[in-house]
Design a protein around this ligand. Sequence first.
Ligand code: ADP
Ligand code: MG
Length: 638
Amino acid sequence: MNRIRQLSPHVVNKIAAGEVIERPASVVKELLENSVDALATRVDVAIADGGSELMRVTDDGEGIHPDDLPLAVASHATSKLCEAADLFQVGTLGFRGEALASIAEVSRFVIRSRQADQTAGTELEVAGGVYRPIGPCGCAVGTSVEVRELFFNTPVRRKFLKQSTTEFGHISEQFTRIALAHPRLHLSLAHNDKPVYELPAVDKLVDRIALFFGGELAKQLIWVESEHENVRVWGYVAHPSQSKANRKGQHLFLNGRWIQDRSLQHALGEAYRGLLMVGRNPITFLFIEMPADLVDVNVHPTKSEVRFRESQKLYRQLLSTIRTRFLGMDLGSELSVRGRPAGLALQPMPTKANPTQQRQLQEDLVSWVKDQTRDWGKPGFEPVYSDPVYRVPEGVGDMAAAPAALVADIAPAVPTPLDHSRWDPPHEVAAAHSSAPLSAPQPAAFGADIRAMQIHDAYLIVETDEGLTVVDQHALHERILYEHLRKRVLDGTVESQRLLVPQPVELAAAEAAVLREHADVLDQFGLCLEEFGTGTVLVTAYPVLLSRHEPTQLVRAVIEAIAETGRDPARRDLLDSLLHMLACKAAIKAGQRLTTEEIESLLAQRHLIDDAHHCPHGRPTALVLSRQELDRQFGRLG
Ligand code: ADP
Ligand code: MG
């Protein structure tokens, strides 16, 4: 056994560097924290090659006294702490006095600094822990630290650096945390001489959030605030319609320091319980302020984990702050419009939006419509209806006639009609009227020659002369309805049903205007609307094909389909867009079990997919596997 020796400062610093400096982003974090502690109002960060070549952080803070410069880079030397008791009163981001020493140990390091009362700056260069003599230099008031070739003298660690883009991603994350915690700090970040962020000082946190995470999220933020026994919690939580698959959206700051805390993350999860789907995490920007002696920040070398003296209390405060706010908001009714980015309906149509915004909005709308319609018709799915006006007195109207007639018309040569009434809604209509004569279903034109089965409640496998075809049931039905509806619209013979009690739909003024503008086209689809005061339209009649859909949602989907078509759409494009949307909505969905008759009824129309192998959205409707290919694959040929 060797005798015990005191480790040299180099070795000590290298060990410390291993704990504090994990990767380039750790350097940027430490340097930014030092600038904040030095009361800088502006900090510029320049990075080259993901930080592995260069990281330079320049601030306009207090600077370092020339005589102190060597101390700044010495280990366990700090201006932020005097005695042990101070450890429990930490009011700065740094206090351990080992960051600069660690960094200078594992890089080529230069620090230049000048205090306001000095005429010139002072410079100190350290390469791999070896100091050069300090000397004067030209330099603005403040401090600039340059770190080149990180880990150049610890090759194993240098080899572990990831790709430049990955490392820069981590740097960017650290930069974002500081920027969120300090909106009044002017910050810039450049990578390989290209500006990435230029953030002038702002008064409001929400402006920074919008900059980093987009205006859409910023609009969905809910302000929360509470104070309890010297502990203040404030900030923004996102509406539950905004969520993330991981916890990266959970930004938590304690006394200006970004922290990670399992218990508080759990509290956030609890606050959103029942409001988010399983596997989704809330997005939050929360700030906790408490007297420094209520928390121990000296738990972890990177100071991102802390220990609260009264963690249970804080847990409860955080939970109740958010929960109380949600309760006061009647969030439930907003959420009943499932999946819709809340607030969307309140926004005017994007007439003046730029193309990217418009595209984004359209995408949102489309995904909302998809979400809205996904479960409709699934067994056990019950749409939420607010109003029982559709309950029609017994004997009024002839519900049976509509679906039968409709299907007879679509598929005249089908033995048993596709029973649309299976997916009919709880609301009913007064009467169905059609300008086209109703024809009775006709006998089967096929039978034994089609052999088909449904799999996964989504696909139909069909044996054909050539081999086999796999049909997407939704895509095929959509195609059928599309052709049917298009013919009807062009002939002016769409079946429309009058509502016994017209259904009012509340809209933004701009949305109502869009409907007004295209009223004649909507008429062609059998959707009749009347103005009813500002922002409200009355649905008086709507297409039989859509009878299982709730009129309010239908009107909204129509508005969105119009928005999708873009500004001032040509009549033809608008018709087409509405045709697609309505056909998609009316079609059976994946996930619906079909009876043999229904399968046959669908497949009787499959010539529609034989000549057009794509649904109106461009997805394939059928895949073909030839007999020859099967034989080849099984080695039966030759
Ligand atoms: P700590 O921040 O924990 O004190 P550091 O190693 O990060 O330790 O910094 C050592 C000391 O160097 C600080 O206490 C501070 O006095 C000085 N210092 C470092 N960076 C700056 C800066 N950007 N402006 C002014 N002083 C600085
Ligand atoms: Mg520091």
